[in-house]
Ligand binder design. Structure first.
Ligand code: NAD
Length: 350
């Protein structure tokens, strides 16, 4: 068990060190930008290929650049003068997106390949890569009553087609930049992240946001029915966004985790049916369920084994699903209201 509080940017860096965040117009990149800004970092460069008005969060006082990070020149511009680079940029979404657009997912390899090279040339001290539980061997995830995945379960490799293989390859690129060139890299395998300021409609949203939205819409319309993708027995764990950004910060600054992929996820396993029940109870409504067996459902079961993160950082994501989902539900309710009133909302088309 770690005895001291884990290092973070706030304990290791000067407040005027330049931090670069790729994918900052998206969900996790936006939350990370806000975290560093709130901690008093004065020089943050937020980068995303989306036009600025479509960024989920724009943090005042942060340099915000619209650049396509699959382009080497753009990566060079992004990394100029940086001390730390966080790669949260990827073309991705929930199961509905990653099962349908495997080529787009694979093409995200260009982002990491070019960004890490630019980071290396710029002489950055540390580089972070956002990997995913989709990198794990799918043969270990065929039962809803799943054994939690530990870090060694990625090999022998049989990752999720498209998206998962890109993550696995990019992890390897990071590891080799450390091994061959001596640049410190950090790699976290996120397990389903949810919370306010994530996409909730349009085709890229993930299960927690999609289910909250369906419950809110059914309640609002008086048509008390919900369609669930698959048979609802699929199991997953879900990590609240605040735990995710704290975890990124701690993993990035841990010497023992250099070039070492580690799970960053909750180990509170629930079925999709349980998730619907939870959203119903938060919304104070009961819906008649029907199931769409032809819809994307992903692997049958997936959970995060947190033995390694507990032993190295003395910490693991701990926000209870009910508490995190209640905040997410209320936020999406506000978004639905804003949309009805014709106001700007967080949304990305697939
Ligand atoms: P997101 O879609 O909200 O954010 C990703 C951002 O990357 C988007 O704003 C997008 O415009 C940007 N982007 C895409 N291509 C780009 C390019 N060429 N140049 C610059 N920007 C580009 O996704 P997120 O949920 O914030 O995920 C962040 C990272 O975490 C991704 O790498 C994702 O694969 C990984 N991840 C997320 C989850 C999750 O549950 N959200 C789970 C596992 C892994």
């Amino acid at each position: 068990m770690a005895t001291r509080k884990p290092a973070t940017a706030a304990t290791m860096r000067n407040k005027d060190d330049l931090i670069v965040i790729g994918g900052a117009g998206g969900f996790i990149g936006g939350a990370l930008t806000r975290r560093f800004h709130d901690q008093g970092f004065a020089r943050i460069r937020a980068v995303d290929k989306k036009p600025l008005p479509r960024w989920y969060q724009r943090v005042p006082g942060v340099e915000s650049l619209c650049l396509d990070l699959s382009d080497p020149g753009a990566c060079e511009r992004a990394c100029e003068g940086a001390v730390e680079v966080y790669n949260l940029a990827a073309d991705m979404g929930g199961m509905g997106f990653i099962e349908r657009f495997r080529i787009e997912c694979l093409r995200s390899i260009l982002i990491n390949t070019n960004l890490i090279e630019a980071a290396y040339r710029a002489g950055v001290d540390r580089y972070f890569f956002a990997s995913s539980a989709c990198a794990y061997n799918t043969l270990l995830q065929q039962d809803p009553d799943v054994r939690a995945l530990k870090e060694s379960d990625a090999y022998p490799a049989m990752a999720e087609r498209g998206y998962g293989w890109e993550k696995l390859m990019s992890e390897m690129v990071c590891q080799e930049y450390t091994a061959e060139r001596g640049m410190k890299t950090a790699i976290a395998r996120f397990h389903n992240v949810y919370g306010p300021w994530g996409t909730w409609d349009g085709g890229r949203e993930k299960a927690p946001a999609a289910i909250c939205r369906k419950v809110i819409e059914a309640k609002g319309s008086g048509d008390h029915r919900i369609t669930i993708w698959g048979d609802g027995t699929q199991t997953r764990s879900f990590m609240y966004i605040d735990d995710c950004v704290l975890g990124i910060d701690r993993i990035m600054h841990c010497e023992r985790l250099v070039a070492t992929p580690i799970n960053l996820g909750s180990d509170e396993l629930v079925s999709i049916n349980d998730l619907v029940s939870l959203a119903e109870s938060i919304g104070g409504v009961r819906l008649k369920r029907s199931y769409d067996p032809g819809a994307p459902r992903g692997v049958a079961g997936r959970n995060s084994d947190n033995t390694m993160i507990r032993s190295i950082l003395g910490w693991e994501p701990g926000t209870p699903l009910r508490a995190g989902l209640a905040k997410t539900y209320r936020w999406i309710e506000g978004q639905v209201r804003d949309r009805r009133a014709g106001r700007h909302t967080v949304k990305d088309e697939a």
